[in-house]
Every structure is written in C-alpha cells, then in structure tokens.
Design a protein around this ligand. Structure first.
Ligand SMILES: Cc1cc2nc3c(=O)[nH]c(=O)nc-3n(C[C@H](O)[C@H](O)[C@H](O)COP(=O)(O)OP(=O)(O)OC[C@H]3O[C@@H](n4cnc5c(N)ncnc54)[C@H](O)[C@@H]3O)c2cc1C
Ligand SMILES: NC(=O)c1ccc[n+]([C@@H]2O[C@H](COP(=O)([O-])OP(=O)(O)OC[C@H]3O[C@@H](n4cnc5c(N)ncnc54)[C@H](O)[C@@H]3O)[C@@H](O)[C@H]2O)c1
Length: 488
C-alpha cells in the first residue's frame, strides 16, 4: 500500500468535489481528489445535460406536430430513434470531454483513482492500493438511484437514468415508476418521441409541487398528453421473455389491466453515497438516514460527541438540495472551509430554486408551500395569490396557454415568500422570482417594477396583483388592467 500524507482529501470528483478542490487549493498545495467511479460528473454523464438533450429532441418533434395549430402543415413527422440517440450521445460526450479537459488542470499526482473508505477519522483507504492521511476531508460522493425490491422482478429490463442515455435506439414502450422530477422529464420526452408510456406513482406526489392546487393543475394537464397516475395501484411486476409485464388498476376506468413494456424505468428517488464510506470509523454523528449531521452554512460535520469535526460534506451526498447549482456552491464552501480549518467562514446560501424541464415547465421558488404553511399557516399569516395561463395573452399567442402559478407572501409585512409555478417557460419566471426573494422584496415593490407588453411576465403581474389583494395592503385593487393592453 502506498502512503500519502496530505492537508486536504476530497472524496468524489463530481461537481461538488471539483468545486471543493479549486477552493481548497487556494489554501494549500497539498490537496488530493479521489474518484472511485467514472470521471466526468453525474451532471454531464447521466444527469442534467443528457436529459436536456433528450428533451430538446422531443420538443422539436412536438413543435413539428403542433405546427398545424398555427396553420402550418408539416406532414409525416418521423422520429428517427437511432439519430435522436446518436445526437444525445454525441453532445453528451462533448459535455463530458469538456469536464475531463478542465480536470487536466489538476496535477496527476493529486488525483487518486479508487473507492475511498474511512479507516480512522483522519485516514482513508483508497481501493487496495493507497492509505491517505488527511488533516481535513470533504465528502462529495453524490447520490445514486434507489428503487423498491419489487422492481427487481424486471431483471435487466429494469433501467435508471444511468442506462437510458446509452440506448442506441428508442424502445417501443416504457413503464416509468416515479412521477417525480426525473420520471416526468424523461417520461414526457420519451412519449413525445413516440414511445408508448405509462407513469405510475405512489401517494399522489407529482413533480416538485407541494401546493395541491398547482399539483392538480399539472396532473390534469399531463394526463391530457400521456398516462400518469400519481397514486397508482400496481398489483404485479413480472418478467416474460424480453418484456416486463405489469398488472395495474387503470386510473379512470378502474379496470385491471396487464400490459407488456420493453423497460421499467425506475425514477423513484436517489440515495446519498455515504453507506459504503466506512462512516462507522469516521467518528461522525449521523442522522436517521445515515447521513453525517452538518451545518448548512459551513458544511462542517459534527462528531458523535457533538464536537465540530474536521470533515465537511457537500453536494448530493448530504441529501439537502440535490441540484447542480447547490452542489457547486456547497463544494466551494466546503473546500474553502476545509482549507481554513479550524477557522471557518459561513458561506452564502441562496434561496431555494428548482426548475423541471417538462412542458409546461414546473418550478418552485423559496421554501415551498408545505413548509410555509407549516410555519405561517397556524397564525393565518400566509397570503396566497394565483394566476392561470389559460387566457394569458402571450401564452395564447404561442399556443402554450396551459398552467397555473401560486404565489405566497407574509401578511402584515407584505414580503414575498415564494412560488410554485406551472406554465410556459417558467425557467425564466422562476429566476426573476428567486432574485426578488433574495432581495427580500415586498409584493408592492415587485409590482412597481417595469412590465413589458405582451410578455408572459404579465401573467406574473396578474398573480402578484391577486396576491396583493389577499394581503389587503395599500390602495384599492384594480381588477384587470385594461390600459395595459390585452395579456395580463
Ligand atoms: C437524470 C438527472 C437529471 C438532472 N437534471 C438536473 C438539472 O436539470 N438541473 C440540476 O440542477 N440538477 C439536475 N440533476 C441533479 C444534479 O445532476 C446533481 O445534483 C449533481 O450532479 C450532484 O453533484 P455531486 O458532485 O454531488 O455528485 P456527482 O457528480 O455524482 O459526484 C460524486 C462522485 O463521487 C464518486 N464517489 C462516490 N463514492 C465514492 C467513494 N467512496 N470514493 C471515491 N469516489 C466516490 C462518484 O463516482 C461520483 O463521481 C439531475 C440529476 C439526474 C440524475
Ligand atoms: N430539472 C432538475 O433540476 C432535475 C432533474 C432531474 C433530477 N433532479 C434532481 O434529482 C433528484 C432525484 O430525482 P427523482 O425524480 O429520482 O426523485 P423525486 O423525489 O423527484 O421523485 C421520486 C418520485 O417517485 C415516487 N415514488 C417513490 N416510490 C415509488 C414507488 N414505489 N412507485 C412509484 N413511485 C414511487 C415519489 O412519490 C416521487 O414522486 C431530484 O430531487 C432533483 O433534485 C433535478
């Protein structure tokens, strides 16, 4: 076994680990980055980027088919599955190669390949070849898909997002389990690319929504396009030859059906990669899910005797907000603090922002309705406003007039608190709203900003007016702003 003694060891060369490495190197030349799986990051290899590439192809097919609604006739839209997958893989590989190229800036002697495990609080073994003793350690080991054992009946026809972007052709049919973020993004894309689809969920959850009004709107809208049952009754999952055979109660008819699918796509959530780290030797205090307890501003873990630890945890590994921008910023904070230890700095954390790239898009800004309701509902302090996109001017122009937004504010102060958004191009609206929340703007201040015409943001103005009306603050409310032009 080789022996390495370093200042800082970073476990996992994903997005969080790479950010941590760059931040840590500002403090010390003695930093190693340990990677046990494939280099290139989850985001570029099997996550954000290939999923958006598949969605982009699906959008092109959808727009071609929908063009008739504008009087444009495109006959015989053909999806060439092999060509679609070839482009997804080619662009995916190019994103991965950019990550790999940027990693060349990390000196070779500072990169160690192999699975890391704690042997003592300051010592790791990497594979069966290296002992690393480190003054501080960053855990940035990411997460992996998880599914209930009943899916194992599908054998090798059980796939996850790790497999989909390796397909050379599009399958004829897929049963998606989990109408969460991954299930809806990939499910809708596959459907639009001509794949026969059923999406099964449990307990009624749909996407990221906690506000039942928005969730119901999304449920109805998606079901106009493809089958989603967020509270499915699935009786059996079997394997017959190359097919996965699923017996379930159909949502509206109540009939028990047995259908064959090429694949079962498990999109039932992800678990943090902390279970194979030998954490029992790390001295760290763990929560009930086995994840180290940590401070979200410093990313510092705690020891099981409650003293602050020399170990930090960033990215999907800590299970807090498994999103790319959070992995990057947590990695930066963790790497910086691992370098300064025992001195620490509280890092800047942004307001929660999540966007789902379905059509219509889904987005949440702030703590989300369930959390706000818990915090402010009891004292009747939570004001709610809403606006539909059904008759929103610009959305009608674009034939994208579907969806609903709900906006939240605090009674008394009038401060904007967050939103759940379902509608066209919400990625942009969600950014505007997160910036307003970051600036702690009141609803009144937001309404006093410029509003162009005719834009989707006029729909946001309608929602803010409705919210302002529920706040009962200031002068009488204008019901509908006709002098602004049609489009509110
Ligand atoms: C299909 C899909 C789509 C997504 N789309 C989006 C999106 O559109 N927008 C968005 O913000 N987020 C998206 N995400 C989430 C985003 O990809 C993740 O939040 C982010 O990639 C997490 O980065 P990370 O550094 O924590 O983990 P990773 O990039 O997974 O890095 C962890 C690394 O640690 C390594 N490792 C694990 N254990 C060990 C060990 N013991 N020793 C050594 N190495 C180890 C792993 O091999 C891995 O390389 C998506 C995720 C998926 C799955
Ligand atoms: N656009 C994005 O930002 C983006 C895209 C993809 C993934 N991600 C990240 O990846 C994370 C993981 O995504 P995910 O979709 O795997 O998790 P998720 O938590 O969003 O969704 C999992 C879904 O599976 C359902 N489910 C659980 N057990 C089930 C069962 N036995 N049968 C049927 N359904 C079941 C849950 O009710 C939930 O709806 C997300 O939370 C997100 O942070 C982000």
């Amino acid at each position: 076994m080789q022996q390495r003694e370093v200042d800082i060891a970073i476990i996992g060369a994903g997005s969080a680990g790479l950010s941590a490495w760059h931040a840590a190197r500002k403090h010390s030349d003695s930093v190693v980055l340990i990677e046990g799986g494939e280099y290139g990051t989850t985001c570029a290899r099997v996550g954000c980027m290939p999923s958006k590439l598949l969605i982009a192809a699906a959008e092109a097919a959808h727009q071609a088919r929908d063009a008739g609604g504008f009087g444009i006739k495109i006959s015989g839209v053909v999806v060439d599955g092999a060509a679609v997958m070839a482009r997804v893989k080619q662009e995916r590989d190019s994103f991965v190669s950019r990550v790999l190229k940027s990693m060349q800036r990390i000196p070779e002697e500072d990169r160690i390949t192999g699975h890391a495990r704690f042997e003592t609080p300051n010592t790791l073994t990497v594979g069966d070849h290296t002992w690393v003793t480190a003054r501080t350690i960053v855990i940035s080991t990411g997460s992996r898909p998880t599914w209930p054992s009943m899916f194992d009946a599908a054998g090798e026809r059980l796939v996850t997002n790790d497999d989909v972007f390796e397909w050379d052709e599009l399958p004829e049919s897929v049963a998606v389990f989990g109408p969460g973020v991954i299930g809806l993004e990939l499910g809708q894309a596959l459907h639009r690319l001509g794949v026969r689809l059923r999406v099964f969920g449990v307990g009624g959850a749909l996407g990221p929504f906690k506000d039942a009004t928005v969730r119901d709107s999304a449920d109805a809208t998606f079901n106009e396009e493809f089958y989603v049952d967020p509270d499915a009754k699935v009786e059996h999952i079997d394997r017959d030859g190359d097919a996965v055979v699923i017996t379930f109660v159909e949502r509206d008819s109540g009939r028990t059906l047995t259908e064959r699918f090429d694949y079962l796509l498990a999109a039932t959530g992800r678990r943090p990669n902390v279970d194979r780290l030998g954490l029992e030797h790390s001295g760290l205090a763990l929560d009930d899910k086995g994840v180290p307890r940590f401070n979200r501003f410093t990313l510092q873990c705690r020891n099981d005797d409650d003293r602050p630890s020399h170990v930090f945890i960033a990215g999907d590994a800590n299970l807090e907000l498994p999103l790319l921008h959070e992995a990057n910023s947590e990695g930066r904070i963790a790497g910086d603090n691992a370098g300064r230890f025992p001195e620490l700095r509280a890092g800047q954390r942004n307001v929660p922002l999540a966007i789902v790239f379905t059509d219509p898009q889904m987005a949440t800004v702030g703590d989300g309705y369930a959390e706000l309701e818990k915090r402010l509902g009891g004292c009747d302090c939570l004001a709610v406003g809403e606006a539909s996109f059904e008759d929103q001017g610009r959305a009608v122009v674009m034939r994208q007039n579907r969806g609903l937004m709900r906006l939240y504010a605090e009674h008394g102060s009038g401060q904007f608190l967050g939103a759940e958004l379902f509608g066209p191009r919400m990625e942009h609206m969600a950014h505007l709203l997160s910036w307003a929340l970051e600036q702690k703007l009141s609803v009144n201040q937001m309404l006093s900003m410029p509003w162009y015409h005719p834009v989707l943001e006029e729909g946001l103005r309608s929602g803010l007016r409705d919210l302002n009306a529920s706040l009962q603050l200031g002068p009488a409310i204008t019901e509908r702003c006709m002098e602004c032009g049609p489009g509110d």
